[in-house]
Structure formats: C-alpha cells, structure tokens
Design a protein around this ligand. Structure first.
Ligand code: MGD
Ligand code: MGD
Ligand code: SF4
Ligand code: MO
Length: 791
C-alpha cells in the first residue's frame, strides 16, 4: 500500500493561486463568470515543456453545464498546475476554455478528505460510522445481496439511481447497468433532475425535445428573451455566453425575465423583468391576450402549422371553448380574460411592461424566446414549457433563422457518439424523482403513480446503487424527510455508494467505495446539448490509495456473480474506448482514429450552416409533418385532454396557481418564496469542499432590502431560513438583485445538521418539498415558501 502522504503535493499558497488567476483573466472573480469577448492569452506557456513537465489533455466529467479542454501539467507523478485550451481563438471556433471550477481541480484531486479505502457501515444507517474493509469483502457483500434480492424480489427491487457526478462514457453507473442487464435486470428511471418537466412536456407540442437552433444562429435574432435562463453562471454549453454576446454586438435586444438580477442580466440585458416565481404562465397568457386583441399574432402560421390555437382548428369531438384563444380571452370555463391587469396582480410585472413585451416579441422578428430550466423545476413546470412553445408559434418564430421554437431547446443537430452496450430485460421505469415512493410502496404502483413500461411494479426497492451522485440526500428534495426514510433499515436493505468524499449521501451507504478521479483514468466525454465536439479524458496521474476504476471493480463483481466473461467480452477498458471510437467513426467517417483522438484530446465538428430546428417542417410541411400524432404543432393536445385531469394537466397550457406560490394561503405563515438556483462556484454539490471557491463565492441567501429591513436583517447577518420541513443557518446578502417577496439559496451546499437538526451550511434542500409535478413526476425544487429571521 502506498504511503499516505506521498501523493499529496504541498498546497499552493492562496497568494500564489490568486496571482496565477490574475495573470489568467483579471482575477478570480473575473474567472468565475465566463469571460466575455476576446480573451487574453491565459496559458502562454501551456504547450512549452518545463523541465520534466508533461502536459496531458483531459477534461472534467462532472455535470457542470459545460465541457472544456483541461490541461494537466504533471511533474514527478503529481499535477502541479492546470491550464486550458491554447488553440487559436477564432470567431468560428472559439476556444473551449475552462472556468474556475476545473482550474481549481487539484483541490478536489488532492483533497485530504478524499476517500481512500472501501468501508462498511458499523453504526446506524446515516450516522456516518464506518469501518475499513477489503475490496474483496465489499464486493462479496454486494454480490450476496444482489443474488438474494434478485431471487426473492426480482429485478424491479434493484435500482441504479440517477447520479450525474460522472458523465464519462464509461462511468460506473453505465457498467453497473451493463452488469445487472446481463444478470437479470434492474429498475430503470426516466427523466432527470435537470429537465424532467421540459423533457416530458415539450414533445406534447412538438413531438421531440430537439427544439433548439445552433448557437451561431443567434446573430440573426433581433430580439432575444432569456426566460429563467442564466448561462453566465450555468454555462449551458461552453461558450454560450460568447454567442449571446455576438448576437448583442450584432444589434439584438436582450431581455432577461428572472426574479433575480442574474450575472447574465448584468452582462447582457437591455432590460430585466423581475417576476414572482411560479407565475410565468400568467405573463405568457397576458402576452397572448395582447397579441390577440391587437391582432399582432401570426394567424397564417397558426392556421397552417398548428392545432388548437382557435376554435376553427380543434381536433374533432372536443366541446367548444377549449382552444387556447378561448382560454386567453375568457370564453372558456373560467370566464376570466387574461388581461395585463390580471397578470400584473399575479406576477408583479406592471401591465405596461407586459404590453410592451408582447408587442416587441410579436413584431421584432425574428425573435428567440429561450427558456431556461429553472422555471420548469417548479410545481407546474410543464405549463411554463408549453406556454413558451405556444408564444413561439403565435409569433411564427418556429423553424426560421433567428427564431427559436422554445421548449427543451436541445440542439437539433446532434452527433452520434458510440456507447457501451447495455441491455436491460426489465422494462419497468420510474421517474428519477419518485424513488422514495418506490421504496415505501413500490409494489402495486402503476401509471398514475409515474411508473412506465409495466402495468404495476412487482416489488419495493431493496437495493440502491448510488454511483457518483448526491441525490440520495443532498440534491433530492426534503433532506430531513429522505433521511428518515433511508434510516429505516427494514425498507432499503443495501445502499452502495461510490464517491470521492464523505458526502451527505455517502453517509447513508452500507458499503462505501472509493472511486478513481477523472484525472486518474482514461475516458471519453461529450458536451452538453450545444457542443459539436467530443473530448478524450486522458489519465494524467496514477490512482491513489485503494481507489479503483469502475470497470475494474465491476468486472470483479461480475466474477462473483459468475458472469465475468459475458460482462467484459474479454476486453480491457482501452478496448472498450476503442469500441466507442469505432462506433462513432461508423456514424461519422471523418472522426479521427483512436490514437489521433486520444493524443489531441478532442475532436470538433464544423458545419457550413447553423442548424435550424423544424426548418424542414416549416419549409415543406406536406412532406415533413411534425412528429406529433396530428403532424402539427399541438397547442391543444388530445393526449393531454384524454388524461382527464384538467386542473393539473390541461390540454392547452394555462397558468395554474401553485401550491407554495404567491397565492397560497400558507404565505401568512411563510411569506417569502424561496428559489434554489445553480451556483457558479459548484456543480451542484461537487466542489462544495474546495476552499478557494468558497472564498470566491460564499454561500449566502439573497434577500431584498425591503424584506430585510422589516426583519431587522443587515447585510452579512447570520439568518435562519426555515419552513415546516427544515431550517438552515446562512449569511444574508441584502441586495436589490432579488425582487421583494423572494429569497434565493443556491443549491448544492452539503447538508450539515447540528444536534437539533438545523443545517449549518446553507443546504437548499432542507426546505424543498418532495411533491412530484403532475405530468412528469419531476422535482419542483424552486417552489418553496419560507420565513427568514435573524439567527
Ligand atoms: N434545490 C435544488 N436541488 C437541486 C437542483 C436545484 O435546482 N435546486 N438541481 C437538480 C439538478 S439539475 C441536478 S442535475 C442534481 C445533481 O445532483 P447530483 O447528480 O447528485 O450531482 P452532484 O451534487 O454534483 O453530485 C455528484 C457526486 O459525484 C461525486 N463524483 C464526482 N466525480 C466522480 C467520479 O468520477 N466517481 C464517483 N464515484 N463519484 C464522483 C462528487 O463527489 C459528488 O458528490 O441536483 C438537483 N438538485
Ligand atoms: N455553475 C454551475 N453551472 C451549472 C450547474 C451548477 O450546479 N453550477 N448545474 C448544471 C446543471 S446539471 C443544470 S440542469 C443546469 C441548470 O440550469 P437552470 O435550470 O437553467 O438553472 P437554475 O439556476 O436552476 O435556474 C435558472 C434561472 O431561473 C430562475 N428562476 C427560478 N424560478 C423561476 C421562475 O419561476 N420564473 C423565472 N422566470 N425564473 C425562475 C433562477 O433565478 C435562475 O436564474 O445548470 C448547469 N450548469
Ligand atoms: S467545470 Fe465544466 S464548464 Fe467549468 S471548466 Fe470544467 S468542464 Fe468547463
Ligand atoms: Mo441538472
């Protein structure tokens, strides 16, 4: 075994770090928000070989919104420095430059708290008491449980949970899926914590989630509305902010609609429209009202391509009064015209502003209404998604250059990159958010509970694999409630966690496995939806202590289950990576060979034209129907109508007053709406334990001066944020950057309860609610009411 201290290099002093960052791009703060415009030579010496220093091209594998070129400078087996892309930075091919998170990566890799050995739980579950064991013992425990549970309950009792910490093509989660697929199966999940509502709702309008043009096309927009979207912080594709900046330079007006004056608004917005969380559909409905009553909508487009906008274009057999237009004008059941005055009272947006916004969006063509995913991570997030798609259709902005179809927004142009073959004979699937129900009452749960693929589940969840994720506790809603559920050892019988650190979720493991780090392994990784490239993660340094690669330990587990040969097919990890490259080359003959790809570290596609979603459907509709049942853009969805739940799943998008929204009577007790956005210093909970980043961007709750004053709260005060589900202690940032009545706690801080259960670190999910959304069974983690008091 290695000496414990040998692998940890001396920590670089803070001063030296700040000097390095300053040289790179104007200091740590500037690096945190993605740099704009022309970026000065940050890595002048990246390519030069200092004495004995090897420069290894690699990348991050966490779920950060981007995917960048990271260069590890290795000396004597230790990473001494990290730099980034130093290829020419051109307009057509901007560099894939790393942000401060990957730049600080040595702090994660060489963190003194890194897990070093396999362990098993010795105290009560969740207590965090563990004992070191051998890998062999760990794998024996896991194999015995799999054999027993598979026999006693069948594959639906074994769940491989959503875990986004390792996005590599050969992540442990993938290997576990392959293994259990070969051994009898496992319970699937659908959807994600990121996009549950939009993935489910967008296809009801368009038949697909690929509704985005490519970003080069934004320069053709006259108006860009960023609706609950903050890519200056969330990145959403490396360089997204750069493409928006190009659009602005080309003359586009940019409007940001968000309860917070975000970094994106600071960087780009001509106008910021603050709105009460959960009320966006009221604003959308009133915009539609203005367009209809002022005759600004594109009737010809609606007549030709859409179903259900007005009574003249409804599917047969639907009673009158159910079109979107009837709903907006108050001719439907609710008899309420959705006027700007009506919307002002709900949203807090002045009616003059609503009228102006409607007129601008209808007349400044082409215009792109781009939806972020924050407002769909709400109680009725599905309505937000469909509401945006209807406005895009009403203004004829679908399928054209400079326009944007709205909805999920994945780029219409996607490359086909190979993957590890997985074949799961078990067809049952749950929404990734509803696993607590599948633990408590899985057996018998069916379609109405969010189960897909089978009529009813045949078992409760008995084994959970949580490999590179923190959604067992920290990132799931209601930490306190979930902890109680998992503590009950009579329910889930085995929890296996693979991690780098003792996270709040890792504390709930029965068997805790130390994972290798991306810097210690080879892998292939793709960017988020917008990126036209693939990266090779090159192993830069050796794996430390007893941390192991997923393929390695899961092959040994396969052996214990008697299926090593089937699992590995006699291949090494490198053979599988070649397999992925070969599969990619089959789809894209221009893709480089394995050797070329690995050596360079990335491959970038270049296209002569931007991709325009639904171009064919609009230019030649007869030969290219939309992939919906009617072949049209379905503003009215007969499929939703047939669900017969008009209150929560209406057939046309509607404003539904939300539980824990501004109209909930619970506001008397908990008067503030609390949103929990993504924070620049972390990827969710990953990097929460990196002191450099904590110093640069502390965990604080944003509160408006008006709300602070009545509570006697001053900037920097310690406050308690709480509701019936939990409480946290956190510092207040008193700022007009958040609208009155709303507070904001960035998600991802590690849950750290004191003896009374009060979280001491500002973990957003102590106050969030486990309450799946009606259609997608998705997570509503921005829908919360709280009170804030001085601590
Ligand atoms: N309140 C609130 N909660 C939210 C959200 C919100 O907006 N508000 N957003 C949700 C969203 S969009 C998402 S995607 C989820 C994300 O939730 P998670 O998928 O849980 O993501 P992370 O918190 O980044 O946790 C990833 C874990 O993987 C570990 N890890 C990193 N690399 C490796 C590796 O190579 N191997 C192994 N074994 N482990 C590794 C990290 O240490 C980290 O603990 O959170 C959701 N939770
Ligand atoms: N730095 C950083 N970047 C990340 C991540 C991270 O953790 N850190 N996570 C990545 C992942 S996995 C994901 S899924 C994406 C998440 O990307 P998003 O889901 O788009 O990010 P959020 O911050 O949750 O929300 C975006 C904005 O919506 C606003 N918002 C919240 N509720 C409402 C509402 O009701 N109405 C309106 N109009 N606005 C609202 C928030 O204030 C926020 O500014 O980010 C990715 N990028
Ligand atoms: S954290 Fe993500 S966006 Fe930042 S450098 Fe790493 S890969 Fe790029
Ligand atoms: Mo996400």
């Amino acid at each position: 075994m290695a000496e414990e201290t040998k692998f940890w290099p001396k920590t670089i002093s803070r001063r030296k770090f700040l000097a390095l960052s300053a040289a790179a791009a104007g200091g740590a703060a500037a690096l945190l928000t993605m740099p704009l415009g022309k970026r000065a030579g940050a890595n002048a010496n990246a390519a030069t070989g200092d004495d004995g220093v090897k420069i290894v091209p690699t990348s991050g594998a966490h779920n950060c919104g981007g995917r960048c070129i990271v260069k590890a400078h290795v000396k004597d087996g230790v990473i001494v420095r990290i730099t980034t892309d130093d290829a020419p930075d051109t307009e057509d091919l901007p560099q894939l430059r790393a942000c401060l998170r990957c730049r600080s990566y040595r702090n994660r890799l060489y963190h003194p708290d890194r897990l070093k050995y396999p362990m098993k739980r010795v105290g009560k579950r969740g207590e965090g008491k563990f004992e070191r064991i051998s890998w062999d013992e760990a794998l024996t425990i896991i194999a015995e449980h799999i054999k027993r549970v598979m026999q006693e309950y069948g594959p639906e009792a074994i769940y491989i949970h959503y875990a986004s910490g390792n996005a590599g093509k050969t992540a442990e989660r993938v290997w576990m899926q392959r293994l259990l697929g070969l051994y009898g199966g496992y319970l699937n999940y659908y959807g994600t914590y990121s996009t549950a509502q939009t993935q489910m709702a967008t296809p009801y309008t368009y038949g697909t989630i690929s509704t985005g043009n490519s970003r080069e096309d934004w320069v053709n927009s006259k108006l860009i509305i960023l609706w609950g979207w903050n890519p200056a912080e969330t990145i959403h594709g490396t360089n997204t902010i750069y493409y928006l900046r190009r659009a602005k330079d080309a003359g586009a007006k940019i409007i940001v609609i968000d309860p917070r004056y975000t970094d994106t608004a600071i960087n780009l917005a001509d106008e910021w429209i603050p709105i009460r969380p959960t009320t966006d559909n009221a604003l959308m409905d009133a915009m539609a009202y203005v367009m209809i009553t002022e005759n600004l909508h594109d009737q010809a487009f609606l007549d030709k391509y859409c179903l259900g906008f007005d009574e003249e274009h409804m599917p047969p057999g639907i009673p009158p009064g159910n079109s979107y237009k009837s709903y907006v004008l108050g001719l439907g059941e609710d008899k309420t015209p959705k006027t700007p005055e009506w919307a002002e009272a709900i949203t807090g947006v002045p009616k003059e502003k609503i009228i102006q916004l409607a007129r601008e969006y209808a007349t400044m063509k082409p215009a792109a209404l781009i939806q972020g995913w924050g407002p769909q991570r709400q109680a009725y997030g599905e309505q937000f998604v469909r509401g945006g798609t209807v406005l895009a259709a009403m203004t004829g902005n679908v399928g054209i250059s400079g326009g944007w179809a709205s909805g999920a927004g994945y780029q219409a142009r996607g490359q086909k990159v190979g993957s590890i073959p997985v074949n799961n004979p078990c067809k049952a699937s749950i929404s990734c958010f509803i696993w607590p129900d599948a633990i408590k009452r899985g057996k018998g749960m069916g379609a109405k509970d969010g189960v897909q693929g089978v009529e009813q589940l045949s078992a409760n969840i008995k084994i959970i694999f949580n490999l590179a994720g923190n959604t067992l506790i920290n990132q799931h809603s209601d930490c306190n409630g979930t902890a109680k559920l998992l503590q009950d050892e009579s329910l889930v019988e085995l929890i296996v966690v693979s991690e780098h650190f003792m996270t709040p979720s890792a504390k709930f493991a029965d068997v805790l496995l130390p994972a290798d780090n991306p810097m210690e392994r080879d892998d292939i990784v793709t960017p988020w939806g917008f990126g036209d490239y693939v990266l090779f993660i090159n192993k830069a340094v050796d794996t430390v202590f007893e941390c192991r690669n997923g393929y390695d330990w899961i092959s040994d587990l396969a052996e214990k289950l008697g299926i090593r040969e089937q699992f590995t097919e006699g291949k090494t990890l490198e053979d599988w990576l070649r397999y992925i490259v070969d599969a990619t080359r089959k789809n894209h003959p221009e893709f480089p060979t394995y050797e070329e790809f690995k050596q360079k570290g990335y491959y970038r596609w270049q296209y002569p034209e931007p991709a325009i979603a639904f171009k064919e459907q609009i230019e030649d509709p007869d030969n290219n129907p939309f992939p919906t049942p009617s072949g049209k853009i379905e503003i009215f969805s007969e499929r939703l109508w047939k669900m017969n739940n008009p209150e929560e799943i209406p057939a046309v998008p509607k404003y539904i007053p939300s539980w824990e929204g501004p109209q909930d009577p619970l506001r008397e007790k908990y008067p503030l709406q609390c949103i929990t956005p993504h924070y620049r210093r972390r990827s969710h909970s990953t990097f929460d334990n990196v002191p450099w980043l904590e110093e640069a961007a502390p965990q604080v709750v944003w509160i408006n001066p008006i709300d602070a004053e009545v509570r006697g709260i001053k900037d920097g005060d310690k406050v308690k944020v709480f509701n019936d589900r939990g409480a946290m202690i956190i510092c207040a940032k008193v700022t007009p950057r958040i609208m009155p009545g709303v507070v904001s706690v960035p998600q991802g801080a590690w849950w750290t309860p004191d003896a009374d259960g009060i979280d001491q670190r500002g973990c957003a999910n102590v106050i969030t609610k486990y309450h799946p959304s009606p259609l997608a069974f998705g997570n509503p983690q921005h829908t919360n009411l709280v009170e804030v008091v001085k601590a």
